[in-house]
Ligand binder design. Structure first.
Ligand code: PEP
Ligand code: MG
Length: 888
């Protein structure tokens, strides 16, 4: 006969913590606590297999269940010395759901089950408290009617309010036994009216109805939604726990509460939680009364006048402290405990791993390693890499009110508040006088860089996760919400419309770049603290990982930040970003708009010393760590002058006619700049540009002794790379001649076009390394513009067509396949080919795990994501090692 029921807490306990798949998390942990000898009220668990069977078989129970429930119930009766439905001192039970993983508040619970018009009298007798007995009864009828019979809870609450009004009292506590009794009778009338059947008086009928209701609650819409959001399989089903009731509401020596074994906000190693004297569990959650502190220290810190449990119930509190130690030692993690004190005696009703903030998770994991509870590798596995973001950027105070007026993409994490400005210059001016501002633009362009830098945060109405604003903001560590399509921005008249309201430069807003939210007004933020624990955890992660982690950085500031975050080199220096400064953009425009080679060379000559200085500084900061410098890859439209003024300025600098220049600019306008004259195509048509850059790189290398990696962008065809490599080699030879030192260097390429991925073997013959540009590879594999995806990708995700934004998390099936093919074919042709990734995916944990799996050498991401990538790389290595161990 199959086993459907497992007992705990009585004469025998059948389950264990490891059986959570069968018994649910709650049931398995109740069994485990009973085995440890902790005071668990006896009960039994109906397994998740019954739930699965129930749904598979037209909502019928499996054969044998009834007998097993009867036997288990008899054992509970024996253990507590009371009878279910008994006329004297009756046994009451709770019936609760319990899935494999906790789904807080998603499924149903019934308390005080077993009460009827007869047993309530017996309870009044045995407890010596009529008011308690009748209050318990009405609570049961209310809960049961709601959960098992589907009667609207509100109907009962209304009756209570009417009665209180009639009596002229405020609080439930002002009602007496007769009031509750009368209300209960009224509740039963409501049940009859609503359901057409009398309220079930027979305790066994109540029990089976409640078990069925809890099983059905697995499939309520809210439970299904929760599972979808948390990737919990529908097939798991819930267990049902039936347990003897203990009462926290039977008098002054009774209480109920919730305790965390450590502080879930800070991670401090101190008991934390709340309790309510003379109350039932639901009262703590419902917030009807203000709960009191557990410890005297906490009561003092909160300035509470109510006594802490430590003072009011010292003995039960001492038991609770013992229990805390036992549970933590046993479960090897911070626990979230539910307890009840009945007549001075402590009972534990639930334990589970407690939810916690990133800060607390870090501190707890490190403390547990330090006291020898867990190994460093386990601590590394316990921290969600993405959660480190909370530790690296300012975050919004979770207690603060949020007046959300719009939503966009969470383009660059962190929270920032400030006055609205509409231009980069205004941002710079305001910042110069110490004012915090948010730069609000339809989209940003290279001319906005100084303003983006000066602002606390950036909001754009257009652009995706890899738009200019998003990429630059992430690189700078500025908070950014991009593509907030519902926000209307009129830069001319300096107004912004959002959420039906008008904002001007007199208004302040807050953006949360981690959530993609735009809020009216200023909201308090919390500054991160990089404590010693952070460094320790990262050191353990570094020991575990195989993948190297580099940063995408071009300015000295970014490079320094990258090193501070533990980057082991620069994986992508986007040289076009080095021309954003006002004085440089002019020479850059001059170069792009030059009519002929001579004009271009003249402009390039102005840029050469600046580039050389940039590289020298970068090499010095990186102190011999690898630095990959990518030759110019400007989507031309980002650099063309837009206004008459800008055109005139370039014309003056170049000494040419403005009208002619304007005409040339118009000719350079492209229908589709992202697929236009950019990347190595520029180097093919105008080789003198790459020649100048190679010269600047090699002169800087000769000066500093660095060994640069020179990278060619947007290669599709092997011979493109060969042609450009020839220019690079020739320039290196020339610099060697002139300086007398031969710079060491390597030449490699970005793989960011599907054709390049497929032709990797051919391309590898001219490349010593590949760096996967998964931003462009995603754009070209999907045929979705990086800059325009915001308008429709949301619908794709919501509609379940794509699981994620593929610009954020690598599309492993498609784009990943191209990466895999290129890695295999490239290494097949050149076994020592070095492989890395420098698209935004290099800082995304799931993508990092994929990179580990296919054997890349390194990932490169924006500086602020370096710790996330280090941790994700460590976890990927540890998971792989765990799997290997299992296989051998
Ligand atoms: C890429 O395409 O992934 C890449 C890193 O280059 P960029 O974002 O500069 O086009
Ligand atoms: Mg690219």
């Amino acid at each position: 006969m199959a086993r459907w029921v497992y007992a705990f807490g009585g004469a025998a306990t059948d389950g264990r913590a490891e059986m959570s798949a069968l018994l649910g998390g709650k049931g398995a942990n109740l069994a485990e606590m009973a085995r440890l000898g902790l005071p668990v009220p006896p009960g039994f668990t109906v397994t998740t297999e019954v739930c699965t069977h129930f749904y598979a078989d037209g909502e019928r129970y499996p054969e044998g269940l009834e007998e097993q429930v009867e036997a288990a119930l008899a054992a509970v009766e024996a253990a507590v010395g009371r009878r279910f439905g008994g006329e004297a001192d009756p046994l009451l039970v709770s019936v609760r759901s319990g899935a494999r993983v906790s789904m807080p508040g998603m499924m149903d619970t019934v308390l005080n089950l077993g009460l009827n018009d007869r047993t309530v009298e017996a309870l009044a007798e045995s407890s010596g408290d009529r008011s308690f007995a009748f209050d318990s009864y009405r609570r049961f009828v209310q809960m049961f009617a709601d959960v098992a019979l589907g009667v609207d809870r509100g109907l009962f609450e209304e009756e209570i309010e009417i009665l209180k009004d009639d009596k002229g009292v405020e609080a439930d506590a002002d009602l007496d036994a007769d009031d509750w009794s009368g209300l209960t009778a009224r509740f039963k009338e409501i049940v009859r009216d609503e359901t057409g059947a009398p309220f079930p008086e027979e305790p066994r009928a109540q029990l089976w109805a409640a078990i069925g209701a809890v099983m059905r609650s697995w499939r309520t819409p809210r439970a299904r939604t929760y599972r979808r959001l948390h990737d919990i399989p529908e097939a798991w089903g819930t267990a049902v726990n039936v347990q003897a009731m203990v009462f926290g509401n039977m008098g002054g020596d009774c209480a109920t509460g919730v305790a965390f074994t450590r502080n879930p906000s800070t991670g401090e190693n101190a008991l934390y939680g709340e309790y309510l004297a003379n109350a039932q569990g639901e009262d703590v959650v419902a917030g009807i009364r203000t709960p009191q502190s557990l410890t005297a220290a906490d009561a003092e810190a909160r300035g509470s006048r109510l006594p802490a449990m430590e003072r009011a119930m010292p003995e039960a509190f001492a038991r609770l402290m013992e229990m805390r130690d036992r549970l933590e030692r046993h479960f090897r993690d911070m626990q979230d405990i539910e307890f009840t004190v009945e007549a001075g005696r402590l009972w534990v009703l639930q334990t589970r791993s407690g939810k916690r903030t990133a800060q607390a998770a870090l501190r707890i994991a490190v403390d547990l390693v330090e006291d020898g509870t867990i190994a460093p590798e386990e601590a590394v596995m316990r921290i969600e890499p993405q959660a480190l973001e909370q530790l690296l950027h300012p975050t919004l105070d979770p207690d603060a009110e949020r007046d959300v007026v719009a939503r966009g993409l969470p383009a660059s994490p962190g929270a920032a508040s400030g006055r609205i400005v509409f231009t980069a210059d205004a941002a710079e001016q305001a910042a110069a006088s110490g004012e915090a501002v948010i730069l609000v633009r339809n989209e940003t362009s290279p001319e906005d860089i100084h303003g983006m830098h000066a602002a606390r945060g950036i909001l754009t109405s257009r652009g995706g996760m890899t738009s200019h604003a998003a990429v630059v903001a992430r690189g700078m560590g500025r908070a950014c919400v991009s593509g907030a399509g519902a926000v209307r921005i009129d830069t001319e008249s300096e107004v912004m419309l959002a959420g039906g309201r008008t904002f001007t430069t007199d208004d302040r807003i807050t953006i949360d770049g981690s959530a993609g939210e735009v809020m009216a007004g200023e909201i308090a933020t919390i500054q991160p603290e990089m404590t010693g624990g952070f460094a320790r955890l990262m050191a353990w992660a570094d020991e575990a990982r195989r993948l190297r982690v580099r940063a995408n950085a071009e300015t000295p500031r970014d490079a320094e930040a990258a090193r501070a975050f533990g980057a082991e080199g620069i994986g992508l220096c986007r040289t076009e970003h080095m021309f954003f400064d006002t004085d440089r953009i002019l020479a850059m425009r001059e170069m792009i708009l030059a009519d002929d080679e001579a004009g271009r060379r003249a402009a390039l000559a102005k840029l050469l010393p600046m580039q050389r200085r940039d590289f020298t500084e970068l090499f010095r900061i990186m102190e011999g760590l690898p630095v990959t410098i990518r030759l110019l890859d400007p989507p031309l439209h980002e650099f063309l002058p837009r206004t008459e003024e800008e055109t005139a300025e370039v014309a003056a600098a170049a000494g040419v006619d403005a009208v002619k220049l304007r005409r040339r600019a118009l000719r350079l306008e492209e229908a589709n700049p992202m697929l236009g004259h950019r990347g190595c195509r520029l180097g093919i048509t105008w080789p003198e540009i790459y020649e100048m850059q190679a010269r600047a790189i090699f002169e800087a290398a000769a000066e500093t002794g660095a060994r640069p990696e020179v990278m060619v962008p947007l290669v599709a065809v092997g011979s493109e790379l060969e042609r450009i490599k020839a220019v690079i080699d020739r320039t290196a030879a020339a610099v060697t001649e002139e300086t007398g030192t031969a710079p060491g260097y390597s030449v490699g390429t970005m793989i960011e076009l599907p054709r390049a991925a497929l032709r990797a073997a051919e391309i590898a013959s001219a490349a010593e390394f590949f760096s996967f540009g998964t931003n462009d590879l995603t754009q070209t594999a999907f045929g979705i513009s990086r800059d325009d995806s915001g308008a429709f990708l949301g619908a794709y995700r919501d509609g379940g067509i794509l699981p994620n934004d593929p610009f954020e998390t690598l599309d492993i099936e498609g784009v990943g396949e191209l990466v895999r093919i290129a890695a295999e074919r490239g290494r097949g042709a050149r076994p020592d080919l070095k492989l890395g990734i420098c698209g935004e995916h290099g800082g995304d944990p799931a993508s990092v795990a994929f990179c580990h799996g296919i054997g890349l050498d390194y990932v490169s991401c924006s500086p602020y994501r370096v710790p996330i990538a280090r941790l994700a790389a460590a976890q990927a290595a540890l998971v792989a090692r765990g799997q290997e161990d299992k296989e051998t």
